[in-house]
Design a protein around this ligand. Structure first.
Ligand code: SF4
Length: 235
């Protein structure tokens, strides 16, 4: 006989308990990218694709002082911009995105970053993940950021069975109150970076062990697991 899948009510209850526990574990969880304005966060998030926040934070001080406005990106000298962001990887594509982004912001949004998902996703280099990061962290509009960590942990928590970030976002939105989406995203990503790794999650050292349906996916021996924990910071 196979066990009945948990009811939606049971899933909601467990998801909220996991989020409360994450809030205790990471009361200070926040984006690890440095920024002061919506434009800076948008640019930093575009640069963060396929690299670490730490690497991005190393190039953004000079980048932000050289290109303070959308018009500056639109008019950027390609070679100079590529040189500044080279160490973040994929710099040809990222340079195209930043120059295109500056142009699109100037042409369609008066040089300002628009505070709406449906506008943000029309910008070069901006998908739903980047848009939700900017909405949640620069504008205070709740957003669920499904990056590689969030997707993996949502599946391990039983919040979704999907690999499609948009479906993951929609599934989690039915479990967690809207006002908590941005903070939840930070907590889950922090836990993914520090404890619940893609390979060998540190189950035996995990504060969610008694709540997580995937407990045992990694080593449960506390001494072995403790060695797998990466304390951070990652910025
Ligand atoms: S118990 Fe294991 S699988 Fe579950 S969240 Fe913790 S580290 Fe990840």
């Amino acid at each position: 006989m196979t066990a009945e899948p948990p009811s939606h009510t049971a899933l909601v209850r467990r998801a909220r308990r996991i989020d409360r526990e994450l809030a205790l574990l990471y009361p200070d969880a926040h984006t690890e990218l440095n920024f002061a304005t919506p434009l800076e966060l948008l640019v930093a998030t575009i640069l963060s694709a396929q690299t670490t926040d730490k690497r991005v934070n190393m190039v953004t001080p000079i980048l932000f002082s050289r290109y303070p406005t959308a018009a500056d990106y639109a008019a950027a000298d390609r070679d100079e911009l590529e040189k500044i962001i080279q160490s973040t990887g994929f710099y040809h594509a990222k340079t195209n995105s930043l120059i295109g982004l500056g142009g699109a912001l100037c042409e369609r949004f008066g040089g300002e970053v628009p505070p709406r998902l449906r506008d943000l996703v029309t910008l070069p280099g901006v998908g739903r993940k980047t848009a939700n990061v900017v909405l949640g962290n620069a504008f205070g509009i709740p957003g669920i950021t499904v990056d590689t960590h969030f997707g993996r942990l949502a599946r391990r928590f039983g919040w979704t069975t999907s690999d499609d970030p948009e479906k993951v976002e929609a599934d989690v939105a039915t479990l967690i109150p809207r006002r908590d989406w941005t903070a939840l995203s930070h907590r889950v990503i922090w836990h993914g970076r520090r404890v619940c790794h893609a390979r060998r999650p540190a189950c035996g050292a995990c504060g969610l062990a008694r709540l997580c349906p995937s407990y045992g996916e990694g080593p449960t021996d506390p001494v072995v697991a403790a060695k797998l924990v990466k304390p951070g910071p990652f910025s």
